[in-house]
Design a protein around this ligand. Structure first.
Ligand SMILES: *[C@@H]1O[C@H](CO)[C@@H](O)[C@H](O)[C@H]1NC(C)=O
Ligand SMILES: *[C@@H]1O[C@H](CO)[C@@H](O)[C@H](O)[C@H]1NC(C)=O
Ligand SMILES: *[C@@H]1O[C@H](CO)[C@@H](O)[C@H](O)[C@H]1NC(C)=O
Length: 166
C-alpha cells in the first residue's frame, strides 16, 4: 500500500524510503495560512500568505508575498517568486477570480537518502486550491477589494511531484 503510493509519486521517494534513516521524507502536505490580498486602484495589488512545510527533513516556515500593477495579471505564473525563505517559491497556478484560484509551490531541501552532497537535493511541488470555502472578499476604499483567508483555516497543498536535483 505504502509502496504503491510512493511509486505513483516519484522514484526519489522510493530511495528515501529504502534508506530508512531518521528523519525521513514524509511527503506531508504544505500548509498555507493567513492569505491576504489587497487590491486598491491607486496602489499595486499585494498578496501574502504564510507557509509551513512540516516534512521532518525541513520543518520550514516562511512568508510568501508579491505585488503587481492593479488590474493586471502580472503575478508569477510558470516561474516562481521566492518567499522569505528563498528555498520556497510560489506562483499563481490557476486563476478564475479571487474566490477561485490556486497557488503553486516548490520547495528545495536536502535529503541525504537520495545521494551524497551535492546530489542530496530534492525539490517538492504542490498546489493549494483556494475557493470561497477558504477565502472571503469585501470592498475596501474607493473601488478596492480585500480578500482574506477565513480565520484559523489551513489550506493544504498536497505534494504532487518530487524531483532530485543537484
Ligand atoms: C519545527 O520548528 C518549530 C520552530 O520553528 C519547532 O517549534 C518544532 O518543534 C519543530 N518541529 C519538529 C518536528 O522538528
Ligand atoms: C508596483 O509593483 C511594481 C512591480 O512589482 C513595482 O516595480 C513598483 O515599484 C510598485 N509600485 C508601488 C507604488 O508599490
Ligand atoms: C474554479 O475555476 C475552475 C477553472 O479554473 C473551474 O473549473 C471551476 O468550476 C471553478 N469553480 C467554481 C466553484 O467556480
Amino acid at each position: 500500500m505504502r509502496f504503491s503510493i510512493m511509486l505513483a509519486v516519484s522514484p526519489a521517494l522510493i530511495l528515501a524510503l529504502s534508506a530508512s534513516l531518521s528523519p525521513t521524507f514524509s511527503g506531508e502536505s504544505l500548509k498555507l495560512t493567513n492569505l491576504l490580498l489587497v487590491r486598491d486602484p491607486t496602489f499595486n495589488a499585494t498578496l501574502s500568505f504564510s507557509i509551513h512545510d512540516p516534512d521532518p527533513l525541513t520543518n520550514a516556515t516562511a512568508l510568501c508575498s508579491g505585488a503587481w500593477r492593479y488590474g493586471s495579471k502580472a503575478w508569477p505564473s510558470g516561474s516562481y517568486w521566492s518567499c522569505s525563505d528563498a528555498s520556497i517559491g510560489w506562483n499563481m497556478a490557476s486563476w478564475s477570480n479571487w474566490g477561485n484560484f490556486s497557488i503553486g509551490l516548490e520547495h528545495a531541501f536536502r535529503d541525504s537518502s537520495v545521494g551524497k552532497p551535492p546530489y542530496d537535493h530534492v525539490v517538492t511541488f504542490g498546489t493549494a486550491v483556494y475557493d470561497s470555502e477558504f477565502v472571503t472578499c469585501g470592498p475596501r476604499g474607493e473601488g478596492g477589494e480585500v480578500c482574506i483567508q477565513r480565520g484559523g483555516s489551513v489550506v493544504l497543498a498536497p505534494i504532487t511531484r518530487v524531483i532530485s536535483k543537484r
